[in-house]
Design a protein around this ligand. Structure first.
Ligand code: ADP
Ligand SMILES: Cc1ncc(COP(=O)(O)OP(=O)(O)O)c(N)n1
Length: 268
């Protein structure tokens, strides 16, 4: 019998369950791959913002990475919050041992405005991790930080996707348009051509964890053997429905709904 595809997230936590490791694992489960996780930082956060952060020591990050890769198959993996250069170095060394599609969500700032990466680590991420990726999925402020360039129009987004591949060496780049007004359009450059993914903008403030959920869905579909453009298409559908059926939970920006595609949820 064919085994279940196995997918790994390396990221920070969200005890309120909307973003980070928790959002990733829910997505993996919902889309039917076997989910695994390595924690970089334990974050005391909820729908209103980040209260405190504890970065795990590097030897502990290394220990978790070894524990997974010495024992389990990895068919695709993603990284989310990697707060500092030391953790990036550990992950960068580990990358040489793993031959699976790598999706990087270059998490920099939470929706609440709280920083999730040390400023000086951005240069390391760009130089040593981005060139090892299959796909990088920045939102507009993250793409602007990676390229040191302002991005306003759809053609700026397409140009930025190309630059992240051609100048920074990413395998592919998906620029997400969640931070703009109007339709929710994202652009993928896969080294050959631009693909666009469009959805209507949903009038909801419950978008905590959308970027995590989207990149986790792409990674799951890659673990199942879908091509990159199709994995992004399916993941875009998943995240759009998750926003459409998002929850009014907590006092701030509520979480997306990871089981929005289930029939019983649509009927509620
Ligand atoms: N209100 C919305 N309605 C529909 N799609 C949205 C909305 N907000 C964000 N998206 C989509 O959610 C995904 C995540 O995008 P974005 O919010 O830019 O990333 P991040 O969560 O990393 O800041 C993208 O596909 C984007 O187009
Ligand atoms: C631990 C952790 N990782 C990432 C984020 C940012 O999540 P994202 O999907 O970009 O969604 P927002 O929080 O920006 O809506 C996070 N908050 N925590």
């Amino acid at each position: 019998m064919k085994r279940i595809p196995c997918v790994l997230t390396i990221a920070g936590t969200d005890p309120s369950g909307g973003a980070g490791i928790q959002a990733d694992l829910k997505t993996f489960q919902e889309l039917k791959s076997y989910g695994m996780s390595v924690i970089t930082s334990v974050v005391a956060q909820n729908t209103t913002g980040v209260k405190d952060v504890h970065h795990l020591p590097e030897h502990f990050l290394q220990g978790q990475l070894n524990a997974v890769s010495n024992d389990m198959p990895i068919d695709a993996f993603k990284t989310g919050m990697i707060a500092n250069k030391n953790m990036m170095k550990v992950i960068s060394e580990w990358l040489s041992e793993v031959k699976a599609p790598y999706v990087m969500d270059p998490v920099m700032v939470a929706q609440s405005g709280d920083p999730l990466i040390e400023k000086e680590a951005q240069a390391y991420l760009k130089e040593y991790l981005v060139p090892r990726t299959t796909l990088v999925t920045p939102n507009i402020p993250e793409a602007e930080a990676l390229l040191d360039k302002s991005i306003e129009s759809e053609s700026d987004m397409q140009e930025a996707a190309k630059m992240i591949v051609q100048e920074l060496g990413a395998g592919a780049a998906l620029i997400k348009g969640g931070h703009r007004k109007g339709k929710a359009i994202d652009f993928l450059y896969d080294g050959e051509r631009i693909h666009s993914y469009e959805a209507e903008r949903i009038d909801s403030s419950n978008t905590h964890g959308t970027g995590c959920t989207y990149s986790a869905a792409i990674t799951t579909y890659l673990s199942q053997g879908y091509s990159l453009p199709v994995a992004v298409k399916e993941a875009k559908f998943f995240v759009t429905e998750a926003i459409r059926h998002s929850f009014d939970l907590g006092k701030g920006s509520g979480p997306t709904n990871h089981f929005a595609r289930r029939e019983e949820v649509f009927k509620q």
